[in-house]
Design a protein around this ligand. Structure first.
Ligand SMILES: Nc1nc2c(c(=O)[nH]1)N[C@H]1C(S)=C(S)[C@@H](COP(=O)(O)O)O[C@H]1N2
Ligand SMILES: [Mo]
Length: 421
């Protein structure tokens, strides 16, 4: 049975679903009792889906003002609850932090250098911060960075790794030089196919010779206008946690491709093979697999562009408001290398959708802002679901997409709870 204690996750015993996956009447009335109101449109709840408030550890109806959520203390990994991502440009400290190792300390930007080497450069070259700032034209872009594992918590059976919910995503404004301009200055050979970065973070084992993570992108992505070697985020020095003093930024791709604290970039004549490029790291099966299925290593491919997705950043999940008042709902949407063509919202678990106002991206690879007004003629518990569709007609799934061993690429619709009195 359902515990009507609003401060704890609810515990169900036995199935709340009947044979054909309709919510049992008894469960429905217990949930309504716990909510203190009835669930409008409960008949449309997709099979197996419980109202949001009964699935999360902290009941959003509590009205507790959550700050950043710590997913791991060592390494230090934190994510933002969606309402903290309401700003058009995400600002520190509302930005998720993902570290695979230990954040480097005592960085001196004055003596910092970036070496460009690897088999596919004509000869290795090194730049200090002043060289980079003076020798090349600087550029500023808003770039969306989402962890490949954002949404991992939604998969069952659970995948190992940080149990990110929705908040391992941000769009900040980055300033730096184009990687392309630097590569041109160095001179690269015709056989260049990939680049790989090296950062100054320390391995968790304490072994100074162990590289924490060294990933990269194909040369075609590396030479895009928007691929930057950045020294500023939102017009200030990059915060230490996000890669001070120098960071590679490859918008629209898993954020693991955007190396922090970089001191070296290698231009490779093969797919870069640094730590976390192989195995099942940032890779997904080439074909759909059953939940929990073992997949052999040669059947994985590297994740490239991230899929279409959206977030509801206002109101905060759990908002309570009066009937007859129009509710403004807003958020952001992004689609990796693509742009977002449409965002729709539903208040009846996907039976009907209302089209939202959608802004164009400020530049390629920036997230887009959307908004709309909703009316709720009947009092009760509702969920607002948002669904984005990219410029190729690919939309977010309403339910969790294909399971994969490391729980990447969950771009299911984001939903929030609202209560109308
Ligand atoms: N040097 C270095 N760069 C790194 C990482 C890291 O552990 N070390 N983590 C990567 C991963 S997995 C992600 S999701 C992003 C996170 O960027 P953020 O901390 O600015 O949000 O940084 C990437 N770059
Ligand atoms: Mo990541």
């Amino acid at each position: 049975m359902l515990k009507a204690d609003q401060n704890r996750p609810v515990v169900f015993q036995g199935s709340v679903w009947n044979r054909r996956s309709f919510l049992r009447k008894s469960a429905l009335s217990a949930m309504s009792a716990a909510l203190g109101t009835h669930i409008v449109h409960s008949a449309n709840l997709p099979a197996g889906y419980l109202p949001l408030v009964f699935t999360v550890e902290n009941n959003p109806m509590d009205g507790k003002d959550e700050a950043m959520i710590v997913r791991s203390e060592r390494p230090w990994n934190v994510e933002a609850p969606p309402h903290l991502l309401d700003e058009e440009i995400t600002t520190f400290p509302n930005i998720f932090i993902r570290n695979n190792g230990v954040i480097p300390q005592n960085i001196d930007a004055k003596t910092w250098t970036l070496a460009i080497g690897g088999e596919s450069v004509k000869s290795e070259k090194s730049y200090n911060m002043t060289d980079l700032k003076q020798k090349f034209q600087s550029h500023t872009y808003q770039l969306t960075l989402e962890c490949g594992g954002n949404g991992r918590a939604g998969y069952y059976p659970p995948a190992s790794g940080n149990q990110w919910e929705e908040g391992a995503i941000y769009c900040a404004e980055w300033t730096g030089v184009r990687l392309r301009d630097v590569l041109t200055d160095v001179g690269i050979k015709d056989d260049a196919v990939y680049i790989g970065y090296y950062g100054k973070d320390k391995h968790l084992s304490g072994d100074p010779n162990k590289v924490v993570i060294s990933r990269g992108v194909p040369i075609e992505k590396a030479i895009q206008d928007e691929t930057l070697i950045a020294w500023a985020m939102n017009s200030k020095d990059i915060p230490l946690e996000h890669g001070y003093p120098l960071r590679l930024v490859c918008g629209g791709w898993p954020a693991s491709a955007s190396g922090k604290w970089i001191h070296r970039i290698d231009v490779r004549n093969q797919i870069h093979d640094g730590p976390k490029m192989g195995g099942n790291s940032y890779r997904v099966p080439e074909y759909p697999v059953a939940p929990g299925e073992e997949v052999s290593e040669e059947d994985f491919k590297i994740i490239e562009s991230m899929p279409v997705k959206s977030l509801i950043t206002y109101p905060k999940s759990g908002a309570m408001f009066d009937k007859f008042r129009k509710l403004e709902v807003r958020g952001h949407a992004w689609a990796g290398e693509r742009s977002v063509a449409q965002v729709e919202v539903s208040t009846d678990f996907g039976a009907t959708w209302q089209s939202c106002t959608l802004q164009k991206p400020v530049n390629r690879l920036a997230w887009q802002h959307w908004s709309t007004e909703l009316e709720f003629p009947i009092a009760g518990y509702y969920e607002v679901w948002a669904k984005a569709t990219d410029d190729q007609g690919v939309a977010q799934p309403m339910v969790i997409p294909g399971w994969n061993p490391k729980g990447y690429l969950n771009n299911a619709c984001h939903r929030i709870a609202v209560k109308v009195k």
